[in-house]
Design a protein around this ligand. Structure first.
Ligand SMILES: [Zn+2]
Length: 248
């Protein structure tokens, strides 16, 4: 007999399959990242249609069968409607989902990552925060929570207490002016951008977005967080390329 479970999660990816089904990758608080089959979700009037949409946060009733979760019912908790009418914000949110999928493993808890993602989607879609600011904070914090915390306290080579310098994206640490040799993967990190990066890595989750940087500093920091994510994860993201294609 099937054992039904109630899970809260956000859809990171949807794949259309035969007939009118969907396979969903869902990040849940209870089970981490799981694969869910939503039978008939693409059929007109399906009661699974709303909860099977990308980036929707829902309460899902499902049972496990041979490594898959079979979705039987769902209630939408947060649709993030503000994202769906804005191409740029939706594209960025899709990148957040792909990045989240890349740093999470099935069977691992997502207790810290799920609220981080939900807050980022809320900041982007509902609070209408500056997209680049949300991107910078989300990328760096997600990488940190996922085990890729950069060393920003001081120079990672000589240990000096520097207030600015470069981020060595491969080594994952701050490098001071004395230690920086012209090298590959050194991203400039001025005083303002470094202070913001330190805040993002260590702030209380509720205060993640409570920092201010000038426009130039934000652009500098954006190069650092994106370069850091791509270097550490050793890959690119289709959704990121699409987002960037919208900006020019
Ligand atoms: Zn140094």
């Amino acid at each position: 007999m099937a054992v039904y479970e109630v899970l809260r999660g956000v859809v990171l990816r949807q794949t259309e399959t035969k007939e009118a089904d969907k396979i969903l990758t869902v990040l849940t608080a209870e089970k981490g990242k799981i694969s869910v089959i939503a039978r008939g979700a693409r059929r007109k009037g399906s009661r699974l249609a709303a909860v099977s949409q990308l980036l929707t946060y829902s309460e899902l009733t499902a049972y496990e069968s041979r490594g898959w979760y079979m979705l039987t019912e769902g209630t939408t908790l947060q649709l993030f409607a503000g994202l769906r009418t804005d191409m740029e914000r939706l594209a960025l949110a899709s990148y957040f989902a792909e990045l989240t999928e890349a740093v999470t493993q099935e069977g691992e808890s997502a207790e810290e990552i799920l609220p981080l993602l939900l807050n980022a989607l809320y900041a982007l879609g509902e609070l209408r925060k500056e997209p680049l600011l949300v991107k910078v904070a989300f990328e760096l914090r997600l990488l940190s929570v996922a085990g890729f915390t950069p060393m920003l306290d001081g120079c990672c080579r000589c240990g000096c207490d520097c207030g600015d310098g470069w981020l060595d994206a491969g080594e994952g640490g701050l490098v001071c002016g004395n230690c920086a040799s012209a090298g590959f993967g050194l991203l400039p990190l001025g005083a303002g951008a470094l202070a913001a990066a330190r805040h993002i890595v260590s702030a209380d989750p509720k205060r993640l977005y409570a920092f201010s940087v000038g426009e130039e500093e934000l652009r500098q920091l954006a190069k650092v967080t994106e370069g850091y994510a791509l270097t550490q994860l050793e890959r690119g993201f289709r959704t990121l390329d699409f987002y960037k294609s919208l900006l020019f």
